[in-house]
Design a protein around this ligand. Structure first.
Ligand SMILES: [Zn+2]
Length: 630
């Protein structure tokens, strides 16, 4: 076994996982698991799930911790008894994609037994982070190894109540303590609710705090069948996944560390069955805040379209929340300079929100390498606070290429004009987007594009002008500093696209959301793109014109100019409703804030939006009452 000193160092990440031998890693994981089950966790659940267990899985896949139902580790002197029903662990999914795969497996099973896939019902409940137990009405058992557990009926003798004032004998559940109560009365004495929860079931007599919590019904046994739940079809779950997850995570006053999804149709459940570890008809989705310790192989400077130099760290390939991550950007060179991000350093990589991984912190710094010259044009780089900048904006190849690529990216109504193609254009002397629009089929083939590619590029380019786009999106595609999509839309609410170049500083400053500095940057930026704009506008883009604020004032219904949030499932599609609302002078907003005027709710609406609306005293309208107002 490892000495306590070493354990502490590993837990504090002073000794990194990579520096442990397999045996040390195994011992440490065993110790973590025992401590966790005993209610004295040494590391956070996140670190356990995302750093130590994955390392163990990779290095010792046959380790017992990974094989069976996790043992609970609390030492009970009483003999183990057979549980009335086998209690398995729950299989886990760390991304929506994994949940989708599980849903596909359910559909497949349904088809195999001729069960109508539209009739499949999925139930979602919060996954409580408590102490698992089984109540058969006479005894309460711990989960033990899943087959045999210990009798801990003494907890009920001590006065523990069942959640919702439900009767005894509701089967599987968890002993938990209310989060609000824990924070108020217990958090100074116990580090985690889990420590306290374990103290409720121990054999020696209860201390005062535990007795009090039981008496106040803050400590409870919560049978799973008493939890608030969402129920719907597979399609409905996919359609409103985020809302279902959010509601489950925030719907109860207990520590929740995920969402349990399960099939409710008995025949299908029986058919899907279980393996040694878990039921195949059930899965726990854990929110995606994956972490890993990763070694940096090298750091390369990358020049963006605005001239900012970004350090890109090449990584030892690391599997994180369903994808292999090979590189991550370090935001700016200030990070490299201050924290020592370089080849050989070890970083903590996180991936939340499913998409872009980021460097959370640098665990072990190393020698750094700050570029002196722009890797694209050799211009001497300059520091602007934390940023390293190439000021050769006009000619720096990376910036010129970046600007052209950005145009098509923001328009996003055509394919084919990605970085590789744009680089080819650049090599053939193209410097501006307007020059791309002037290219003929012959020009393209002369550049070396094949017949098929050339035809395709011409077709995609005409798609970019014929497919409708918002006029503010077109303006944003020029990449003017401080004129992102949001500001472009605001700008075009006060004047037509064709008039933006005659706006003066004063007029722009008077538009809501444009302060002095922004207005200055906008005027300067517009001046810089004027020529290019005039060249491009000739290609007759199909604009969806932003309604002018003053036009809006001609509508007379009650919601003109009001900020309205739509939530839940509507009779007509929500996108359609939003579009209609915009067209008749309503400001459609995504989230509820103190400035919102109305919240329009459909079916299965997000509870948090409703709560926020109540908090800010915002009028809530049903779809029907909304339609009556306009
Ligand atoms: Zn440069």
């Amino acid at each position: 076994m490892l000495s306590q000193g070493i354990n502490d160092k590993i837990a504090l990440q002073e000794i990194l996982v990579d520096e442990l031998t397999d045996q040390q890693l195994a011992d440490f994981c065993d110790m973590l698991n025992t401590a966790y089950r005993a209610g004295n966790p040494i590391v956070s659940d996140q670190d356990y799930d995302f750093i130590y267990l994955p390392a163990l899985r990779e290095r010792i896949p046959k380790h017992s911790l990974l094989q069976a139902v996790e043992p609970e580790g609390v030492a009970f002197s009483t003999d183990k008894v057979l549980l009335p029903e086998v209690m398995l662990s729950t299989d886990k999914a760390y991304s929506q994609k994994e949940v989708s795969k599980w849903l596909e497996r359910i559909k497949k099973s349904a088809i195999e037994i001729d069960f109508d896939t539209h009739a499949i019902q999925i139930k979602a409940t919060p996954k409580l982070d408590g102490f698992a137990g089984y109540d058969d009405g006479i005894c309460l058992y711990t989960r033990g190894d899943g087959k045999k557990g210990s009798n801990i009926s003494r907890v009920f003798d001590r006065g523990l109540k069942v959640y919702n004032s439900a009767k005894r004998g509701q089967g599987a559940g968890e002993i938990v303590v209310k989060k609000s109560y824990f924070e108020k009365y217990l958090s100074t004495d116990f580090e985690y609710p889990r420590n306290f929860q374990a103290s409720l079931i121990k054999e020696k007599s209860l201390d005062e705090k535990a007795q009090q919590a039981i008496k106040n019904k803050a400590a409870l046994f919560v049978p799973f069948n008493q939890l608030p739940y969402w129920l719907g079809s597979i399609d409905e779950l996919i359609y409103q996944f985020d809302i279902v997850v959010f509601d489950a995570l925030s719907g109860v006053d207990f520590d929740v560390d995920g969402v349990v999804f399960e099939v409710t149709n008995d025949n299908l459940k029986t058919y899907m069955g279980a393996n040694r570890k878990f039921h195949r008809w059930q899965i726990a989705f854990k929110e995606n805040k994956d972490k890993a310790q990763v070694k940096v192989l090298s750091v390369t400077p990358q020049v963006g379209r605005t001239g900012k130099i970004t350090p890109v760290a090449e990584l030892e390939p690391t599997f994180l929340s369903g994808a292999t991550i090979n590189r991550v950007t370090g935001h700016h060179y200030g990070l490299v300079r201050e924290q020592g991000l370089g080849a050989g350093s070890i970083i903590e990589l996180t991936r939340s929100g499913l998409v872009i991984p980021k460097i959370n912190k640098i665990l072990k710094p190393s020698e750094i390498n700050i570029p002196i010259m722009c890797p694209s044009c050799d211009e001497i780089l300059q520091w602007e606070s934390d940023f390293l900048i190439c000021v050769n904006h006009k000619e720096c190849p990376a910036q010129v290429i970046g600007r052209m690529e950005y145009f098509f990216k923001i328009l996003s109504n055509s394919n084919g004009f990605g970085i590789a193609t744009i680089k080819n254009f650049y090599n053939e002397g193209i410097r501006k987007t307007s020059e791309i629009y002037a290219l003929t089929y012959n020009d393209l083939t002369k550049m070396g594009f094949g017949d098929k590619t050339s035809k395709n590029l011409i077709a995609e380019r005409s798609k970019s002008t014929t497919e409708q786009i918002e006029d503010w999106r077109f303006l944003a595609a020029f990449g003017i500093a401080r004129l992102g999509m949001g500001n472009c839309e605001k700008l075009l609410r006060s004047c037509l696209l064709s008039d933006v170049f005659i706006l003066n500083l004063k007029t722009i400053e008077n538009i809501e959301g444009f302060a002095e500095l922004t207005a200055q940057a906008v005027v300067k930026g517009l001046k810089n793109i004027k020529n290019e704009f005039d060249l491009l506008i000739k290609y007759d883009f199909n604009f969806e014109i932003t309604p002018l604020q003053k036009e809006i004032t001609k509508y007379t219904h009650a919601l003109v100019g009001k900020k309205v949030v739509f939530t839940g499932k509507m009779n007509s599609s929500r996108d359609e409703m939003k579009k209609n609302a915009k067209s008749i002078g309503i400001q459609v907003i995504n989230s509820v804030s103190a400035k919102t005027n109305y919240l329009v709710v459909g079916e299965n609406a997000g509870q948090n939006k409703i709560k926020d609306a109540e908090k800010f005293n915002i009028e809530i309208l049903s779809e029907k009452s909304y339609l009556l107002k306009i």
